[in-house]
Design a protein around this ligand. Structure first.
Ligand code: GRF
Length: 203
């Protein structure tokens, strides 16, 4: 399964995928890592693993449409089977999401449909939630709104602040994302109408 990963930052989820590729637990070949930010540490992780990298800065484009069209060209040069968003901090146009419909995954640090968008950990704390977590979903035009494939729950502790909670969620992210990517690589995941299926069963 040929994979392109999009990042904007640290790339710890990318690292989990690189590690899985290396140790043979993931049947993927990460063809390229593309970042909209030159400073993203994930680019260093990719370079260290011998994976091709590209920087495509949104600042070089007049609008969202033209950036996303350039991004499509950049991605399609690698002919991926799967596009993995791993901390890619851009809102995508429907032209982009349609192009990769059914073959784009995103990881979002909340129990969707709770808290799409930013500052999820603080919002969970402010709401007094006792449970928080992470979701992996198929990407559609709706921001963080595509069909959920899998979630991991993280209990909120009494003395949690957003950073402490985020770091415990991140530990779960590094387990959950490779699991779901492997399902896709094995041909077990599909998007039918607006529902995610695993082994032909609706999730
Ligand atoms: C993760 O919390 C992910 O859920 C969110 O952005 C963060 C990326 O972290 N979408 P990293 O770059 O993978 O370390």
């Amino acid at each position: 399964c040929q994979v392109v990963v999009l990042i904007s930052g640290s790339g710890s989820n990318l690292q989990a995928l690189i590690d899985g590729q290396k140790n043979g637990s993931l049947d993927i070949d990460i063809a390229a890592v593309i970042s909209n930010k030159a400073s993203a540490f994930g680019l260093t992780r990719a370079n260290d693993a011998g994976i091709a990298t590209q920087i495509l800065s949104h600042r070089d484009f007049a609008d969202r449409e033209s950036y996303d069209q350039a991004l499509i060209q950049c991605i399609d040069a690698y002919q991926p089977d799967l596009l993995v968003l791993a901390g890619f901090m851009r809102i995508l146009t429907s032209g982009f999401t349609e192009h990769y419909l059914g073959r784009t995954l995103n990881i979002h640090p909340s129990l969707l449909p709770k808290y799409p968008g930013l500052h999820t950990h603080q919002r969970a704390l402010d709401a007094g939630d006792q449970e928080h977590g992470v979701s992996v979903h198929f990407v559609t035009a709706q921001l963080d709104g595509g069909p959920v494939i899998a979630q991991a729950i993280v209990p909120v502790e009494a003395d949690d602040d957003a950073d402490a909670l985020a770091s415990r969620v991140l530990v779960q992210e590094h387990q959950l994302y490779p699991t779901v990517v492997q399902w896709f690589a094995q041909g077990r995941l599909s998007l039918v109408e607006d529902t995610a299926h695993l082994d032909d069963q609706p999730l």
